[in-house]
Structure formats: structure tokens, C-alpha cells
Design a protein around this ligand. Structure first.
Ligand code: NAP
Length: 429
């Protein structure tokens, strides 16, 4: 058995530095657990002169990733640079060279994970990616191992820390989206270009990865419906509160019948009593319902140097154990079922709808009529005068097909007495 397992790291940014720190600070206990010493043999970066958050001997740093990928002494490559290219080429080259790969790259895995996994399977190598979803929260390994006896019925999660931080502050402080976003950028909780987070795309990658594992089926990123949080106002949050709900950006994947799945990312009203409703700030939580286990929830820090480093090191340790036991390639591709993606118009949900109308008789009746024409019935409705002969109507519907709801909203928009439909948001049970 090998008394030393060599790893090569591509990238020494937030996650790369966290990985090195975890390996350094817990080196003794990790060696005991694995039965071998894990040695960081080489680390590739772009800029050799940049100040780093961790101490790495200058002689193991290189700005040539090929030196790491082609080093015959290296057993495991940690791909921690991000993006699709050149990360994909590096991962494929590592596999071709007989190396196991650990990655935290959600974009690459969501878009091309199926190709990489197939190649790893073919070569009997490990490809692990716990850090790609939920940062430090163990979710990929539990889904691929401990929960793999289940038929997953539904998965729902808060998988983006930045948007959860923004929505939490809007809720607690009654603040506007733009103000909180600027502050989050100043504090380093949001990127200078926040599109990937606030547009829901980061969550889209993560829910595509999770649903592919949950439903044993390849879920294409492009088939995951996505809607971000930029249209959520503090008034919507206030109205949600009055209705006993909070607004969260959710990733939701649901099994429909024997052969269908729905996968979507959008903001939603959640009842205060829902287990995900109290997941605040940058925390993430993922709720899984399996046919045997029932409900399980995973909660923790969804990003950051040390939490994500913890996930990457967990994968490295797992691969090391497989190497020692000659059991690599143990967990294989699971996308063996072809599933029908249910389009968003066929999703069934309750809806919150807020609009400004003329404050006169029969207006509410005409709104109810427009909804009724599309088989949408009202569960709760509040009408409030706002002065100047105007009123605000806030209503929540019973469960209805989304296509019907969209048509009803178009009809409501064309009513003479409706000045503006401010917002409509799905309401989850
Ligand atoms: N940040 C998080 O909390 C978090 C959480 C979960 C998953 N992830 C994922 O983890 C991955 C890394 O994210 P990060 O936040 O650590 O990114 P980051 O801080 O920007 O670090 C990227 C690192 O990769 C290096 N790099 C980039 N392109 C390279 C190339 N072509 N050759 C060699 N080195 C290259 C950079 O080198 P220089 O330093 O020299 O520029 C840098 O050290 C991404 O896929 C991300 O989605 C991040």
C-alpha cells in the first residue's frame, strides 16, 4: 500500500487556499484516517507573484498547469480554477494521464459533468465534486451513497448564499434590493458583476447537478427554468410577511409520475413554518424527500474558503481510501434513466399577485372574473385603499397550472380598471 499519496492543485484562490489550509491544519488526523500521508506536490496558478491567503513553498508553485497534469508522481488533481475552459481540457488530460480528479467547479460539472463522469468510469478513475454544490455542506456524497437506496421524490434548496443574504437583509431591515446589493458588494458577499447570483444562474447550475443525481437522469442546464430576484421589492416582502411567509430564492426539483421531472429556480413565498424559511444570511440548506427515508435536510455554509476547502478535502480523503483499497471508480455514472422535462407552463403552484387598481366598485369582481375564466380560484385576498382613488389588491390563488395563471395575468393587465400588475410570485407549500 502507498504510504504517500501525491496531489496536484490547479488554482490557489478562495477554494484552493482553503483546501491547502485544511490539509495543513489537520494533517496528522488526516494521515491517521487515510493510512497514508497526503502530499501537496505541485500547485498551478496564473500569477506567481500574487500574495496568497495560505503558505505554499515557492518551489511547488508553477504557472504551467501541464507540469502538474503530466507529473507521473501525482495521483489526484484538484481542479479549483473555475469556468468551462480550460478547466475541461485540464480535467480530461488528468483523467487521460490516469489521475483521479476532485473539482468544485459547478459550471463545468453542470454543463459537461456527464462527459467527464463517463470518461472517469471508462478508466476506472474517481471524479468527485462535493464542493460544487452547497460549499461545505455534504450533499453530493450523501445523495450518491447514504441516500442512494431511495427514489427521491423532491428536492428543494436555498443554494445561493449571495441572494439569500440579500433577501434576508431586505426582510429584516425593510431595505430595497439595490441598496442591499451595493452593500453586499462592498462587504465582499456579492461579486462586482452579480448577474450569476442575482439572475439565478449559479443556483441553476447547482440544481441541475443535484437533480441529475437525484433522478438518475441527465438534466441539461438549459432545461432548468430560471428566474432571479431582481424584481423582488421590499413591498412584496412586506406583503409576504403579512401573509405569514418569507421570500426565498429556491431551486426545486420534483419527480412527476414515472418518467417526468420538473426542475426550476425562482423566488417563492414560503410559509414561516417551512424548515427552509429560517435559513438566513449566507447559509444554504437543501431539503430532500426520499421514498424510504422521508424528509432530510442539510444545512450549513454554502461557500467560502474553509467550508469549501473542507468539502474538497473530504473528497480527496475518499479518493485516497479508494486508491489504498484498489477500489477507485466505485461510484459510477448514474444517469441511466431518460426523463421527460415538464415545461414550466405545466408546473402547478399557488401564486401571489399584487396589483394597483382603481378604487371603485366591481373592480375586485372583474379581477376575480378574469382569474376564473382561466380556472384560477382565489384562496386569500386583501384590498387596501392607497389614496388618490387607487387601491392595492394582494391575493393568493389556490393551486393551478402555471399556463392558466399566465393567461389570467395577461387578461388582468388588459382590464381598464387595473393600473399595473406589480408582481406575481409562486407560493410553495
Ligand atoms: N469561492 C467559493 O466560495 C466557492 C464555493 C464553491 C465552489 N466554488 C468553485 O470553485 C472554483 C474556484 O473558485 P474560487 O472562488 O476559488 O476562484 P478564485 O478565487 O478566482 O481562484 C481561481 C484560481 O485559479 C487560478 N487560475 C485561473 N485560471 C487559471 C489557469 N488557466 N491556469 C492556472 N491557474 C488558473 C487563479 O490563479 P491566480 O490566483 O494566479 O489568478 C486562482 O488562484 C470555481 O469553480 C467556483 O465556482 C467556489
Amino acid at each position: 500500500m502507498k504510504d504517500k499519496i501525491n496531489i496536484g492543485i490547479l488554482g490557489l484562490g478562495v477554494v484552493g487556499s482553503g483546501t491547502v489550509k485544511v490539509l495543513q491544519q489537520n494533517a496528522d488526523s488526516i494521515r491517521e484516517k487515510v493510512g497514508s500521508e497526503i502530499v501537496i506536490r505541485k500547485v498551478a496558478v496564473r500569477d506567481l507573484n500574487k500574495r496568497r491567503a495560505t503558505d505554499v513553498p515557492r518551489e511547488i508553485l508553477t504557472n504551467n498547469p501541464i507540469e502538474v497534469l503530466d507529473d507521473p508522481e501525482i495521483d489526484i488533481i484538484c481542479e479549483l480554477i473555475g469556468g468551462v475552459s480550460p478547466a475541461r481540457e485540464y480535467v480530461m488530460r488528468a483523467l487521460k494521464n490516469g489521475k483521479h480528479v476532485v473539482s468544485a467547479n459547478k459550471e463545468l460539472i453542470a454543463k459537461e459533468g456527464y462527459l467527464i463522469t463517463a470518461e472517469a468510469d471508462r478508466l476506472n478513475l474517481d471524479f468527485q465534486f462535493e464542493g460544487a454544490v452547497g460549499g461545505g455542506i455534504p450533499i453530493i456524497q450523501p445523495m450518491r451513497n447514504a441516500l442512494s437506496g431511495n427514489r427521491v421524490q423532491e428536492l428543494m434548496g436555498i443554494v445561493n448564499g449571495t441572494t439569500n443574504y440579500i433577501l434576508t437583509r431586505m426582510t429584516l431591515e425593510g431595505a430595497d434590493f439595490d441598496m442591499v446589493l451595493r452593500d453586499a458588494q462592498a462587504q465582499g458577499y456579492a461579486e462586482a458583476d452579480p448577474t450569476s447570483d442575482v439572475g439565478g444562474f449559479d443556483a441553476q447550475y447547482k440544481i441541475a447537478i443535484l437533480s441529475s443525481i437525484a433522478f438518475n437522469s441527465r438534466v441539461n442546464v438549459a432545461d432548468v427554468y430560471v428566474e432571479g430576484i431582481t424584481h423582488i421589492t421590499r413591498r412584496d416582502i412586506e406583503c409576504a410577511r403579512e401573509l405569514g411567509h418569507v421570500i426565498k430564492l429556491l431551486g426545486i426539483a420534483t419527480r412527476v409520475g414515472d418518467d417526468g421531472v420538473q426542475v426550476r429556480v425562482h423566488p417563492a413565498l414560503l410559509p414561516n413554518a417551512h424548515p427552509l424559511a429560517s435559513t438566513n444570511d449566507v447559509y444554504n440548506a437543501i431539503y430532500v424527500r426520499g421514498d424510504s427515508v422521508g424528509d432530510v435536510m442539510f444545512y450549513g455554509r454554502g461557500a467560502g474558503m474553509m467550508p469549501t476547502g473542507s468539502a474538497v478535502v473530504g473528497d480527496v480523503i475518499d479518493v485516497c481510501r479508494n486508491i489504498r483499497m484498489g477500489a477507485t471508480g466505485r461510484v459510477r455514472t448514474n444517469t441511466f434513466e431518460a426523463k421527460r422535462m415538464i415545461p414550466m407552463v405545466d408546473v402547478e403552484s399557488k401564486y401571489y399577485l399584487r396589483m394597483q387598481v382603481d378604487d371603485r366598485p366591481k373592480v375586485l369582481a372583474s379581477v376575480a372574473m378574469a382569474l376564473g375564466d382561466h380556472d384560477v380560484s382565489i384562496e386569500t385576498v386583501v384590498q387596501k385603499s392607497t389614496g388618490r382613488d387607487l387601491a392595492e389588491i394582494i391575493l393568493v390563488t389556490h393551486t393551478v397550472r402555471e399556463g392558466n395563471m399566465r393567461e389570467a395575468i395577461e387578461d388582468i393587465r388588459s382590464l381598464e380598471t387595473v393600473r399595473q400588475v406589480f408582481n406575481w410570485i409562486r407560493v410553495e407549500k
